[in-house]
Write a protein that binds this ligand. Structure first.
Ligand SMILES: NC(=O)c1ccc[n+]([C@@H]2O[C@H](COP(=O)([O-])OP(=O)(O)OC[C@H]3O[C@@H](n4cnc5c(N)ncnc54)[C@H](OP(=O)(O)O)[C@@H]3O)[C@@H](O)[C@H]2O)c1
Length: 281
């Protein structure tokens, strides 16, 4: 039977560390989330972020802008919001309305407030290993992987399903820095199942419910499921991994829910603390 990697417990440990860190600051830091237009999933996510922030002594402000907001409007709004002395982090909630280019919008975030590390400048720092914070979900996946691999990922071959800018690509860079050997698999990869089955660990971030089955995972591998998909038939959250068939083969595996998700929010708060400390220097 596999070790079930307890994301809630990992998140709790990170939150406790953040709470102590926030108490040691001279004043409470502010985290600003900007939502352009309305999205139900994002609204629920921001509510959960606000609750977590509040418990840790972080001031959370959600700024909702109309769906027709232009890039210039967004730029003005961001500059205004970033003026307050206590602002330590600023983030843009996904999804953005289709008329807005996500990369151009993220470029407006000042680097020293880029709490999710989503700007091109932050990606450049991650590439060179000079980053202060890294994309939250990628960090959360790595934390879970470490927990499942006995604390160290040195020398591990890690197959990553997905090459997005928020998970797959930054995770590959983080793994290289941690002396692991990542392989990224995507829709054009030949024989992804064979490659994944030969890896010591498999991280899945594709957004396809139950895509990865037992044939894509090696005996004794660590399996990290980043996927969060709403199953309308079962009326519950499901991952990208077929947990029931993969778990008996794996050494350790994250559940969905209760795996990478809670760790991601805790990492967001830890990133905020890091930026707040840098501002206080
Ligand atoms: N737990 C959390 O905190 C958290 C946070 C963020 C995201 N997520 C979840 O993570 C999942 C991925 O999110 P994302 O934003 O990274 O997704 P994304 O931007 O849509 O990227 C999906 C990636 O998966 C690849 N892919 C799709 N089908 C594949 C297949 N059959 N075989 C191999 N690769 C395949 C795509 O390949 P191509 O590039 O070739 O198209 C793409 O690179 C979603 O379920 C999302 O909800 C969870």
């Amino acid at each position: 039977m596999a070790q079930i990697i307890d994301g809630k417990a990992l998140a709790r440990t990170i939150r406790e560390e953040v709470k102590r860190g926030v108490q040691s600051l001279t004043s409470p830091p502010r985290l600003i989330a900007i939502q352009v237009g309305h999205d139900d999933a994002s609204a629920s996510y921001t509510r959960s972020q606000a609750r977590t922030a509040e418990k840790l002594g972080i001031t959370y402000h959600l700024e909702t802008l109309p769906a027709e907001t232009s890039l210039d409007d967004l730029d003005r709004a961001m500059k205004e919001l970033a003026k307050a002395d206590d602002v330590a982090g600023l983030m843009l909630q996904a999804p953005l309305p289709p008329h807005l280019d996500a990369v151009a919008c993220r470029r407006l975030i000042p680097l020293d407030l880029d709490v999710e590390a989503v700007t091109e400048a932050a990606a450049g720092r991650l590439f060179h290993g000079t980053h202060r914070v890294a994309p939250c979900t990628a960090v959360a996946a790595l934390e879970c992987l470490r927990a499942g691999a006995g604390g160290d990922v040195t020398g591990l071959h890690v197959a990553i399903f997905g090459r997005s800018a928020i998970v797959g690509k930054p995770l590959a860079l983080l793994l290289l820095q941690a002396n692991a050997s990542p392989t990224i698999l995507h829709t054009r990869t030949r024989e992804p199942a064979r490659i994944a089955a030969s890896a010591d660990a498999v991280v899945v971030a594709v957004g396809r419910p139950r895509l990865v089955g037992a044939d894509m995972v090696g005996e004794g591998a660590v399996v990290i499921d980043v996927g969060t998909n709403w199953d309308t038939t079962a009326n519950r959250l499901v991952g990208d991994v077929r947990f029931d068939e993969v778990e008996p083969k794996a050494a350790a595996i994250t559940p969905v829910p209760g795996g990478v998700g809670p760790v991601t929010t805790a990492v967001l708060m830890r990133n905020l603390l890091t930026l707040a400390r840098l501002r206080e220097r």
